[in-house]
Design a binder for this molecule. Sequence first.
Ligand code: ZN
Length: 70
Amino acid sequence: MPLYSYKCTECGNAFDITQSLSDATLSECPLCGGKLRKLFGTVGVSFNGSGFYSTDSKSGSSGSSGGAKS
Ligand SMILES: [Zn+2]
């Protein structure tokens, strides 16, 4: 039985339910009776974690000790 994901457009209630293809599509939120949106799989996850950590440490400032040319 395929697993369907629904999310309420009113209260944001999201849940998964297994339904056969012959079952009627849910359209009403069991909590608030709002309109449900059918989600086809959870592929909307996007990891755009760019620009969070800058690893460009200023090189050259380290190693100040020593270096005195005698
Ligand atoms: Zn709802």
